[in-house]
Design a protein around this ligand. Structure first.
Ligand code: MSP
Length: 639
């Protein structure tokens, strides 16, 4: 049993399917896991944080076939995007498991070997309603209007020979386990659903597929592959070395402290997974948390509605921290929440630019001025602000431990407004005028600065980049960057250089116009990566040459330019283009450009745009217009 000195914390995310590119729902689980991992590290735990990808099964096989590439190639492509995204979002996972890795397959084989040895696996014919979308068989009673109960996908009647797991033998054992571990599933309401499901009776589970090729071959019978959920769930132990020679990590970190999952996959984690582990004689995880669903403008995100949020534009414009903050502040952990650009921006401006950014800038400016670029020379024993800070820290810790992130952040923001109120009440500028850099002024400003240090420590798991900026200005040692006891800020120590505003305020209107432009761009980018189009599909896009007749800036926008373009139609076409960062309107006059002429009209900052011009994109994102190599008449087709 490796030298178990410190406390350990093993946290996992679900492993993500690679049939599609990630969206905010996927990002959310990983961001929450990262916040907890960072928080636990800060509290002195030895953390192991695992994420990864689920690469086998029908979903992936089908998506790859649609794109005309092998499933492994599709997986490799999408995994690349996950790695990139986790880097952009400052995710600090300790390992990334892919179910196509050999170490994982070894873990799956070992689990099946043990379940067989326990006498829990037998072969029989299986017939049922199969939903390819969910990769699940459903009993007749669960179908809704003849379709799968969760998503309304079509189901088909399938019969095949299959290996079965004796799940029915675990009903009583699971119920006993739930009774003995009342915190096993959270939130409590979800636990009740799980218990009711198990009380309703468990049927044996088909855990191999003869109809599928893309999976892990069944040990000793490669006409079958392992059912994708047996395959996927095993990642939590295969990543620790279960089934390999080296058991150190497994010994040290298993059982997991927390499996973080979306509510849709709770049953797999709270019923099937514990039953598999019981059968294999492996200890059960300590807790599963089922979080709620991100909606877009109150609606379920779906490809067919075209409302899937891939907030690459937010990360590009704001960096990781504001999005991480929004995720944690906006969703009551466990319930559903709705994403909207408006909601995001109003939190950004109100909580970050104003609340945090302004308070920090205001206090720092005073301290720099009154104490000559140093922290004040005298610390403070007792004060109303210290009492408030200590109260905020206590609430923050309690809420973080209880996974109530929005409450933890509320406590931090209450402290920020207490700092603001304290400054207004004490009016340090008046004291400075009357007394100069007196002991009283020193104590007041110390209280403010020390409160801001505590704020930075508390936000560091959520907004690590911002906390680093604060610490670049405040002279603290490593302990002062992690610890939440009052009074760790040194006196008379030189402040670091001014960092500029932590969060520059963003103008709503300009932001939304540019969001629309970049959403168009990133949607094109993502289809290019994930799907091939047929020549017929391409032919639906009408590309023509146009001549720019007028060009002027759209008021209040940095990037948008309004153009009137001659497309040889007899009348001019109005197009709004996001090229004003790289081109002056005057230099566009008379230019020949390529225009998508049959694009649906869109309104950008109140101006209607009926088409889009084509431009190449430089690595820094700036556009370069495409123009024909010889003179051609306006309206000439492009293909
Ligand atoms: N591969 C399985 C998980 C296997 S874990 C052993 C899977 N993958 S998934 O890519 O479809 O989903 C991964 C996670 O993303 C799930 O926890 C799911 O709940 C979450 N989300 C997907 N869409 C979501 C939202 N719109 N909102 C919040 N989370 C959602 O399931």
């Amino acid at each position: 049993m490796g030298g178990c000195v410190g406390r350990t914390f093993y946290i996992t995310t679900p492993i993500y399917y690679v049939n599609d590119l990630p969206h905010i729902g996927h990002m959310y689980t990983t961001v929450v896991a990262d916040v907890l991992a960072r928080f636990k590290r800060m509290r002195g735990f030895e953390v192991f944080f695992l994420t990864g990808t689920d690469e086998h099964g029908q979903k992936i096989e089908r998506a790859a076939r649609e794109q005309g590439i092998p499933p492994q190639a599709l997986a490799d492509q999408v995994v690349g995007r996950y790695h990139e995204l986790w880097r952009e979002l400052a995710i600090t996972h300790d390992d990334f498991i892919r179910t196509t890795q050999e170490r994982h397959k070894a873990g799956v084989r070992e689990l099946i070997r043990r379940m067989s040895e326990a006498g829990d696996i037998y072969k029989a014919s299986y017939e049922g309603w199969y939903c390819a979308g969910c990769e699940s068989f459903y009993p007749e009673t669960q179908l809704k209007d003849g379709r799968c109960p969760d998503f309304g996908h079509p189901v088909e009647r399938l019969a095949e020979e299959s290996y079965f797991f004796r799940l029915s033998a675990y009903q009583e054992k699971l119920l006993a386990f739930y009774r003995e571990n009342p915190d096993f599933v959270r939130p409590a309401s979800r636990f009740n659903e799980v218990v009711r499901f198990v009380e309703g009776g468990l049927k044996d589970l088909s855990i191999s597929r003869a109809s599928l090729r893309w999976g892990i071959p069944w040990p000793g019978d490669d006409r079958h592959v392992v059912y994708v959920w047996v395959d996927a769930l095993t990642n939590y132990i295969s990543a620790l070395g279960f089934g390999s020679e080296n058991q150190d990590r497994f010994q040290r970190f298993w059982p997991a402290d927390l499996h973080l999952v979306g509510k849709d996959i709770l049953r797999f984690h709270c019923v099937y997974w514990p039953a598999f582990l019981m059968s294999a004689g492996v200890p059960l995880p300590k807790q599963v948390f089922g979080h709620g669903w991100w909606l877009k403008d109150e609606k379920k995100m779906s490809k067919s509605l075209g409302n899937v949020v891939r907030p690459d534009y937010l990360i590009r414009q704001f960096g990781a921290d504001p999005l991480r903050y929004f995720f944690l502040r906006e969703m009551t952990f466990g319930q559903d929440a709705s994403f909207s650009d408006e909601g995001f921006l109003s939190r950004y401006n109100a909580d970050l630019a104003n609340g945090l950014g302004n308070t920090f800038a205001r206090v720092m400016a005073m301290v720099r001025r009154y104490f000559d670029g140093k922290t004040p020379p005298e610390a403070c024993g007792e004060s109303t602000l210290r009492a408030k800070a200590e109260e905020a820290v206590a609430r923050y810790l309690e809420s973080m431990e209880g996974y109530e992130f929005h409450r933890a952040l509320e406590a931090v923001w209450e402290l920020l407004s207490a700092v603001d109120g304290y400054v207004t009440e004490k009016a340090p500028w008046g004291i400075f005028k009357a007394e100069g850099a007196s002991g009283r002024l020193s104590r007041i400003m110390y209280n403010c600065l020390e409160s801001l240090r505590l704020v930075a420590v508390m936000i560091s798991p959520v907004m690590p980049g911002t906390a680093d900026k604060v610490f670049a200005a405040l002279p603290t040692d490593d302990a002062g960057k992690k610890q939440l006891a009052w009074g760790m800020l040194p006196v008379s120590a030189a402040l670091g250089p001014d960092q500029g505003p932590l969060f520059p305020k963003v103008d709503d209107k300009a932001f939304f116009a540019e969001v629309k432009v970049s959403e168009q761009v990133s949607e094109q980018g993502s289809t290019q990566q994930s799907e091939l189009v047929s020549i017929e599909e391409f032919a639906r896009i009408k590309l023509v040459v146009g001549k720019v007749v007028t060009a002027e800036r759209v008021p209040k926008s940095k990037k948008l330019v309004r153009l009137e373009v001659d497309l040889g139609e007899g009348q001019l076409r109005q197009i709004v283009a996001g090229i004003g960062g790289s081109y002056q309107p005057e230099e566009l006059l008379g230019k020949l450009i390529v225009v998508v002429a049959n694009l649906k009209p869109a309104t950008l900052m109140g101006v209607e745009s009926r088409g889009m011009l084509l431009a190449a994109t430089l690595p820094d994102g700036s556009p370069v217009l495409l123009t024909p190599e010889k003179d051609v008449p306006p309206g000439a087709g492009v293909k």
